[in-house]
Design a protein around this ligand. Sequence first.
Ligand code: GDP
Ligand code: MN
Length: 370
Amino acid sequence: MKYFEYMGKSLFKEYGIPVPDGAVAETPDEAAEITKKLGSAVIKSQVLTGGRGKAGGVKFADSPEEAGKAAEELLGQEIKGYKVERVLVEEKLNIEKELYLAITIDSTKKSPVLIASTKGGMDIEEVPEEYIVKKNIDVLTGMEPFVIREIVSELGFDFKAETSKQFMKIVSKLYQAFRALDAELMEINPLVIADGQVIAADAKVTIDDCARYRQKDLPYVEEKTVIEKKAAELGLAYVELEGDIAVMANGAGMSMATLDILQYYGGKPANFLDAGGGAGSETMARAIELLLEKKPRVIFINIFGGITRCDDVANAITQVLGQQKIEIPVVIRLVGTNEEEGRRILEAQSLSAYNLMHEAAQKAVELARK
Ligand code: GDP
Ligand code: MN
């Protein structure tokens, strides 16, 4: 489960990792009030996605009035599909240097891995390898002081003695928190040096869902995007992704295979909807509407009819396409129970369906590129 930045920071605080002064606001007035005590402030959208800075989700204010205005602009806005319901109002730091520090699980080495870099503030995926220090941590011995010293020396950053001491303490505390809270990820990007102090300016915390039974004190957070919430209300299994091909398939295995094959041919799924077994035409119609909300370039429907009959699926598709004007290409692959009948229904509406999944996937990718 992912936590909002403000929650991550409050966990950091509990474990002795310094975070900026601040508080959460749900209204512009609250944001202004908090700013009175801070002087100048940073107003940060609380959404479960990174890259808020680039997406315009982080604003600065030099007075309570400006803070109120910034909060008004941010609250209610959607950032990468997530609605902003709260902002974090914090003291504005005088950033001298942005570092990167994270601990996550290395699934190949089956151990926690610490990742640090002197190039903080940007996506770690974009940082050149030579600026990244990685250390696998043995859970039996823990984060040993010599490992922390190695990290500092390999970073090759000219830390002042006092800053280095603070940095090392944060590494050690972060590991303590990571283990104690059964985290999958604890990322501080950027970890900043401001007025000689090392402070976590951001917090990304993901707790292992399998550990919930022993992390009962941790709060529960709803992770859904705006469209995912609608889907849940309709009882549809819908997941949002970041590409441009909308996917409907039936069954979890089939949905995963469909995403994989699109990726294999260079396509990027925008979302996927598991139509499940025996989805009626009404449900299918709703499903297609949801897929379209993400404004994809292509819809790819991949159905292997078992309990679901191909003629039912074909009827649902023709019904939806008859009712609403869909301006993007729809690629259909339909095989299984009552396949022949299903094809006849589609052909009667001058639609056609592929037999082979890879051919259909290639077509969908090709159309998305156009
Ligand atoms: P993200 O884009 O979602 O990862 O959000 P961040 O919390 O990392 O904020 C994005 C960027 O805003 C940071 O990399 C900083 O450059 C900047 N930023 C955040 N807090 C402060 C602050 O207190 N002072 C200053 N000057 N910049 C800040
Ligand atoms: Mn960040």
